[in-house]
Every structure is written in C-alpha cells, then in structure tokens.
Write a protein that binds this ligand. Structure first.
Ligand SMILES: O=C(O)CCC(=O)C(=O)O
Length: 369
C-alpha cells in the first residue's frame, strides 16, 4: 500500500451504467464505483444553498455573496462536540436532503447493483468538514460495524459542491472489501472507530481518490475501507452527504431507521415539508430488523460504554471523567485536553484571518487556495 500522501486515480464507471453484470463485476474488482457528473447540478446546488443557509444562520459560514463558497467565518464544531447538534439537527430537517436519496438516477443504479427493490435507509448523513480539524478527519474504516444488518449495504458518498482533494474528499482502499470484517480501534473522526489494517493489506493494496466535481457519486459496500483526506484549505468547508442503500428483504438494525444521531424524531424532521412522498416511505418496504451488536474496540474508548452510534464522544468522555465513572490515565487525559485546546486555537486564528481578508479592499477570502 502506498502511504497516506500518495494516491492512485479512481476510474470512472460511467460507461457501465445500464449493464448490471458489468457494474457488479467492477464493484467486486475495485471495491468502489465512481460515476462522474451524473446527478443534476441544479438539484445539488439547491441542496447546497439550503444547507449553507442553515449554517450561515448559525454563524458557521459567511452569508450573502459568499454563501455558496462555504467560507468558514465563525465558530464551527465537530460531531464530537455538543454544540455541533443545533446546526446539524436543522440541516437534518431539510426536505431537499432526504429527497436527494430517492433521485431516480441513484435508485436506478442501486437497483442494478443490489437488485430490484433496493432502497435508501431512512438514516441520511451529512458531513460538514471545516479546515483545521485534522484530528477528527474521518479515519480508514468500514461502514459495517456502525450499521451492521447486511454486508451488502452500499453507501453513496456525494459531494454537495465541487470537492477537490484539498477540500478533504474521500479515498478508498481498493480491493479492501475482500478482506472481511477488520478489528476496530478508537478514533476521534466520524464513526469514532477506525479499521485496523493487517500487514497483507498494507503490502498489497492501494488507496485511490480523485478530485470530485458537482454531480459525482461514489458507491462502495460496507466492507470497503475508506477515509477522508484532511481539509487542507484555509477557509472552506467540505459539504457532502452519505446515503446507505440495501437490497430488498435484507436485515437492518434499528439505528438505520432513526434520524442521524437520534436527537430528534421523524415528526421533527418532517415539520414544514412540502410533500409527504418520502416521509415514512420505509414502512411499506420489505426488511427484517435485527439487533445492533457491540463489537470490541481497542483503546480507551472501550472504557466508556461507547455504543458506536456516532454520538458526541469527547463530550461523553469529559462528562464521565468529571463524574468519576471513568478513569483515564493522565497521558490520555492530557491528550484529550491538548487536542481540544489546539483545535480551539486554530479556530481563533482562522476567524481572525477571515476577518482580515474581509477588511481588505475589494476582497473576500479567496476560495481557491
Ligand atoms: O465524509 C466523511 O468524512 C465520512 C463519510 C464516511 O465515510 C461515512 O459516513 O462512513
């Protein structure tokens, strides 16, 4: 495997659309399918505008003429911080977000891959990756442990805007889904747990990625190891969504039937929607609900009863340490505090830099670092 600074290009599978056998064979060979510019840009731009309008309302990004550039001008939070949830829950309530998962182009592709009747989970995920947060960049992981149900579960990762490498797009470890379910270790990034890669994988496999454009779609099954690159831009947020699909009749776990992070109800989510077409659509579908299992995790996260459901880890840890229900050794505790302090300091520096750029005559923060 090459190191984390070097990647081979992803290959496009646009030419296979409509040929289910070829699509399945390519997925088996590569562990991913990359489709270029297949989704309607207008739909995606409308979703981007909706998401960024919510975030601008919470002071995360600048509004006005700079809205669509996703310039991170204020405080931003990551999923591991309680403060994250106000803005995130509001993004989760967007009708345009949930509707995109039912786009005929996507459901059709999933039908070719997973068979007729494949459907998106009610759970829809957004990722809002600010610059200067590399400790919480999504680590190499498989989706299976956090979803379970069936290994055929297939993710669609969709950038909501152009997403070149420097904005922190997704990379895939090509061939990795053939290595089965990997052990888990703790991590601060999305999903909170990373896959422990074995020597054979490190020797034989290569990471692949590309500069993603608006309209691109990346598909991969739940045993494919994938990760995000750091958002290396100075000021811009990476905005993307993840939808998971599964074959008709396959098992799924209760978490896949809930809104992301389980902090609001479907009634909350649906309030104010213009259409009921995609509300509770799964109730008439064919699937079996199976229990979510707790898998062993290497490292201190074992100690806090963390259930792997992606909820705010650092906050949970801090509360439990303060309550005395968890003992961290001083080294671990120092690491938690140091990382929090560094992230806060970087946030302050970024806010100052954005303010200075805005004060420059005829300027705004450049968005093409
Ligand atoms: O976009 C990201 O950073 C993470 C997406 C992902 O890998 C996931 O949700 O499983």
């Amino acid at each position: 495997m090459n190191n984390e600074w070097a990647f081979l290009p992803m290959r496009s599978s646009n030419d296979l659309i409509g040929d289910a056998d070829a699509i399945r064979a390519r997925m088996e060979e590569d562990s991913y399918l990359y489709f270029e510019k297949i989704l309607d840009p207008e739909k995606l731009l409308a979703l981007r505008r909706d998401m960024l309008t919510v975030l601008a309302g919470h002071g995360w990004v600048l509004g006005g003429d700079l809205l669509m550039d996703a310039v991170v001008g204020g405080d931003t939070y990551h999923e591991d911080q309680e403060e994250f949830l106000d803005a995130y829950n509001a993004v989760q309530r967007l009708e345009s977000l949930h509707t995109l998962a039912h786009d005929p182009l996507l459901t059709n592709l999933m039908g070719q891959l997973l068979g007729d009747g494949a459907f998106p989970h009610p759970l829809k995920i957004c990722r809002l990756a600010a610059p200067g947060q590399h400790e919480v960049t999504t680590p190499p992981h498989q989706d299976y442990p956090n979803n379970q149900g069936t290994p055929d579960l297939t993710a669609a990762w969709i950038p909501v805007g152009d997403c070149p490498r420097e904005l922190g797009c997704i990379a895939v470890l090509r061939g990795s889904h053939r290595y089965g379910l990997l052990p888990l270790a703790i991590h601060r990034g999305a999903g909170k747990r990373q896959a422990v890669l074995n020597d054979e994988m490190l020797e034989d496999l290569h990471w692949v990625t590309t500069d993603f454009s608006l309209g691109d779609v990346l598909l991969f099954p739940s045993l494919t190891v994938h990760a995000a690159l750091n958002n290396a831009t100075e000021f811009n947020m990476r905005v993307s969504v993840d939808f998971r699909y599964q074959p008709k009749g396959a098992p799924l776990t209760p978490i896949c039937l809930e809104p992301h992070f389980q902090r609001q109800t479907w009634e909350d989510i649906y309030e104010g929607w213009s259409s009921t077409e995609y509300q509770y659509y799964w109730r008439d579908l064919d699937f079996e609900v199976v229990p979510f299992e707790t898998f062993p995790v290497q490292g201190m996260r074992d100690n806090i009863g963390y259930e792997g459901d992606g909820r705010a880890f650092e906050s949970a840890l801090r509360d439990q340490v303060i309550a005395g229900s968890v003992e961290l050794d001083p080294e671990d505790w120092r690491e938690v505090l140091t990382i929090e302090a560094r992230r806060a300091a970087r946030n302050e520096r970024r806010k100052t830099a954005v303010a200075e750029r805005l004060a420059e005559p005829a300027a705004g923060p450049s968005t093409d670092e």
